[in-house]
Design a protein around this ligand. Sequence first.
Ligand SMILES: [Zn+2]
Length: 201
Amino acid sequence: MSEYINEIEKLIHLLTYLPGVGPKNAERIAFFLANTSKDFKEDFISTLSSLSKNVRKCEICHNFSNDKICKLCSSTERDNSILCVVEKPQDLLAVEKSGAFRGRYYVLHKLLSPVDNILPDDIDVNGLINAIKRFGVKEVILALKSSVEGEATSILLFETLKSLKVKITKLATGLPKGGELEFVDEKTIYEAILGRKNFEN
Ligand SMILES: [Zn+2]
């Protein structure tokens, strides 16, 4: 028999699915939530419920959006000739904040990682090709982290996009090895985008 009451046991179990949360931290958060005010709990529940009902992935770029097509994709003020591929929505925000880029985006949400069973078929390259065609993109910047997974994914995209006759570039070196784009400062991202280089496999 478990030493926890049902609700707390279930909550601990769910929390262990969160990134960076191990069993001990899951227990800490579960007891914190159990102990917090009713108002906080209600607010937490309604925020999560609204997230579940109202937040979806944009049909074009796959960034999170309240609408079928997100604000960035529906904006007429963006540069259609250039598209930046990022791993995560947080990376998109980091690039956007750098101010170095006013084009279109595409969010992969995952990187190639055979050890985690993320294989080439799991990367939505067709969605990227559709976005490139839709906007008439001339240059694709592969803004993925410089890890084994990031580099393998960049090569996969490069090989797949070769036939499209678009220029393919990657960020300039200077980003920390293996570093998550979302944690890199704006100035470094700005310089990495401005100093981007042709992608060569
Ligand atoms: Zn979009």
